[in-house]
Write a new protein. Structure first.
Length: 553
C-alpha cells in the first residue's frame, strides 16, 4: 500500500489476512488499492486459458479472451448452448461455438462443406492464443472480373488520366448524364445493391436511389471498370443521393478505393500549421504513436481521438511561444524552458503540463529526443468541480416524456447511471429477463425502466420493422445500417436543461447519501473505481447537499 512500509505478511503482530479483491472477490494474490494481482492494471498480467476456446495465452487485456474469441463475440451476438459441445457461449449462425467451428475449419478439405459433427466427434485440438492456423491447401485465387474492353483498357497496365475533369453534379442534376459503358458491370452492381438492401432492411426509396447513384458514377468514370474513389462518391450528396449506401455496395463488390483523409488527420494538419518544419515532423511522430500505438518497446496502445485532441490543444500555446522565440525543434527545450512556459497554477498549469508530458514522453520513447525535460516537473492537479444534484423538475418531465427514446435514455441514466458511451453501445441482446448485461456487469433493471424499455421496443418494431441493426437505439440514419447512434443523438434525445453527466452524478450522489457514504456499495453498483467513488462520498458534507431532504434508502 502507498506510504506503508509493510505488506500484509510482514505486518507487525501479523501476518494479517488481506481483504478480498474489490473486483473479483479473490482471497489470494492481493496486490494494491483493494485489487488482486489478476485485476490490478499495474500488476504483471497472468497468463491463463481463454474463457471461450481454452487457448493458452489469454490475459486480462481482452477480458481473459484470445483475440479470435474477442472478435467472434463482437461478430456473433447470439448466446446459447452449442449444438456440438452444449457449452453456453456466443454462437454462429450454424449454432456452434468458436472452438467447434475452428476444429471443423481445420479438418475441412478443399471444396467440401463444413462438417461440424464429424470434425468434433473424436475430440478437439486446442491452440495457443494468437497463433493463426495455416491452411495446407491454399484457396484458389479469386477470378478477375473483366468487363467489356474499352479504348482506355486496351493499353498495357493501368491507364492514368492525363487531364482529370471536375464534375459538378449540383448544377447538372440527375438527368442527361451518360450511361454506363459496361452494362454488365452496372447490372451486377444493381443486383448486389438489391441483395445488400434485402439483408440490411433498406427501404425501397434508399434501394432505388443507391442503384441510381451507382449508374451515375459508372457513367462518369474516366477509366471504365476501375475502382471508384470514395471522394468521387461524395459528389452524390449534392443531388440528394445516399452516399453511405453506395459506399457499402462498392466495398462489398471490391470496387471502392478509399482516398479520403480521416477527419482526425485533417484536424491535426490544420492545428500544427505555422510551426517550424522540424517541430512539425516531431509532432507527426508523436501523433502517429498516439493514433496507431507502438508494437515495439516501449509498447503503447492507441489513444482515443478525444485524448489526442486534448493533449495537443493543451500544449499548442506553449509550442507556438517556443516557435516565436526562435526554437525550431523540441530537442532545444530543457527543464528551464518547461518551468518558464508553464502557467503559475490552477487548471491551465495542470492541462499544459499533461499535454507537454505526453509529447516529450512519447518522443523520448521513440528515440526522437535524447532526454525528456518534463521528468520530475510537478504540475498541479486539475480542480474538481463540486458535485450537485440535478434539476428534479426537468428530470421528471424527461422520464415521463411521450417520446419513447427520450424516456428510456433518461431512465437508464437516472436509475442505473449509465454513461452516454454505454447507452450508444447497448445491443438488443443485452437486455434479457429483466436484466441488463453490460461490460461484464449484470444490472437488475428497475420497474420504471422495464416499462419504458417495453414501450420503446414496441415503438422500434413499429417504426423500423425490417431493421437488422443490432443496437438497441436507432434513428432514421442508422436504421438501415449496423452502426450505433452518435453522441450528438444522445445529447439531443435527453433534451434541453439536462445533461447525461448531471443526471448520472445526481443518481450516484443519491446512492451515497442513502448508504451514508459506503464507497464499496457505489463501486459494486455503478462499476466505478475507488478514486471515483471516494469523490462522491467526500462531498456529502457540502452545504448544498446537507440542506436537502433525506435520501430514500
Amino acid at each position: 500500500m502507498a506510504r506503508v512500509d509493510y505488506c500484509f505478511t510482514c505486518w507487525p503482530g501479523g501476518p494479517v489476512t488481506p481483504p478480498p479483491c474489490l473486483r473479483c472477490a479473490s482471497r489470494i494474490d492481493y496486490y494494491a488499492s483493494g485489487l488482486c494481482r489478476r485485476c490490478h492494471p499495474s500488476a504483471i498480467p497472468r497468463v491463463e486459458s481463454c474463457l471461450d476456446c481454452h487457448a493458452w495465452g489469454a490475459t486480462r487485456t481482452l477480458g481473459w479472451l484470445c483475440r479470435g474469441c474477442d472478435a467472434w463475440r463482437r461478430q456473433h451476438r447470439t448466446i446459447g448452448a452449442c449444438c456440438i459441445c452444449h457449452t453456453t457461449t456466443h454462437l454462429s449462425n450454424r449454432g456452434s461455438c468458436r472452438l467447434c467451428h475452428k476444429q471443423a475449419s481445420m479438418l475441412r478439405e478443399f471444396g467440401q462443406p463444413l462438417d461440424l459433427i464429424g470434425a468434433n466427434r473424436d475430440g478437439q485440438q486446442l491452440f495457443f492464443a494468437g497463433m493463426a492456423f495455416q491452411r495446407e491447401t491454399p484457396r484458389p485465387p479469386r477470378p478477375h472480373q473483366t468487363s467489356t474492353p474499352s479504348l482506355v483498357q486496351m493499353t498495357a497496365g493501368d491507364q492514368h488520366v492525363l487531364f482529370p475533369t471536375q464534375r459538378d453534379l449540383t448544377t447538372h442534376g440527375r438527368a442527361g448524364l451518360p450511361l454506363p459503358p459496361d452494362p454488365d458491370l452496372a447490372a451486377d452492381l444493381a443486383r448486389r445493391a438489391r441483395e445488400h438492401a434485402g439483408q440490411q432492411g433498406w427501404t425501397p426509396l434508399i434501394t432505388e436511389d443507391t442503384c441510381h447513384g451507382l449508374r451515375i458514377l459508372l457513367g462518369l468514370q474516366d477509366t471504365p471498370g476501375a475502382p471508384l474513389k470514395a471522394s468521387e462518391v461524395a459528389a452524390l450528396r449534392g443531388i440528394d443521393l445516399p452516399v453511405w449506401s453506395v459506399l457499402e455496395v462498392l466495398a462489398d463488390a471490391g470496387l471502392l478505393e478509399e482516398d479520403r483523409t480521416p477527419a482526425l488527420d485533417a484536424w491535426f494538419d490544420r492545428t500544427i500549421a505555422g510551426l517550424p518544419d522540424i517541430m512539425t515532423g516531431e509532432l507527426r511522430a508523436w501523433f502517429s504513436v498516439m493514433k496507431n500505438g507502438s508494437a515495439t518497446p516501449p509498447r503503447r496502445r492507441p489513444r482515443s481521438p478525444v485524448t489526442i485532441r486534448l493533449h495537443l490543444q493543451w500544449s499548442l500555446p506553449t509550442l507556438r511561444i517556443w516557435a516565436n522565440t526562435g526554437h525550431s525543434s523540441l530537442r532545444e527545450i530543457d527543464r528551464t524552458a518547461i518551468l518558464e512556459a508553464l502557467p503559475p497554477s490552477g487548471n491551465p498549469r495542470a492541462e499544459a503540463g499533461q499535454g507537454l508530458k505526453s509529447i516529450f514522453k512519447v518522443l523520448k520513447g521513440q528515440k526522437v529526443l535524447f532526454t525528456n525535460p518534463t521528468i520530475r516537473v510537478k504540475t498541479s492537479n486539475s480542480e474538481e468541480h463540486q458535485l450537485l444534484p440535478a434539476d428534479l423538475t426537468s428530470l421528471r418531465d424527461a422520464i415521463n416524456s411521450t417520446k419513447p427514446a427520450q424516456a428510456l435514455v433518461v431512465a437508464l441514466i437516472a436509475f442505473h447511471a449509465l454513461t452516454p458511451s454505454q447507452i450508444r453501445g447497448l445491443q438488443l441482446t443485452d437486455t434479457r429477463g429483466g436484466r441488463l448485461h453490460q461490460a461484464g456487469r449484470v444490472i437488475v433493471l428497475a420497474d420504471p425502466v422495464r416499462a419504458r424499455l417495453s414501450d420503446y421496443l414496441d415503438y422500434r418494431n413499429t417504426r423500423w420493422p425490417n431493421s437488422l441493426n443490432p443496437h438497441l437505439f436507432l434513428h432514421y440514419r442508422t436504421a438501415g445500417r449496423t452502426i450505433p447512434v452518435g453522441q450528438r443523438w444522445v445529447k439531443l434525445t435527453i433534451g434541453t436543461g439536462l445533461t447525461a453527466t448531471s443526471i448520472r452524478q445526481d443518481r450516484i450522489l443519491d446512492e451515497a447519501r442513502a448508504t451514508d457514504g459506503d464507497a464499496r456499495r457505489i463501486v459494486d453498483l455503478f462499476g466505478l473505481g475507488i478514486k471515483a467513488a471516494t469523490r462522491y462520498t467526500t462531498n456529502l458534507d457540502h452545504p448544498d447537499l446537507t440542506n436537502l431532504p433525506p435520501a430514500s434508502p
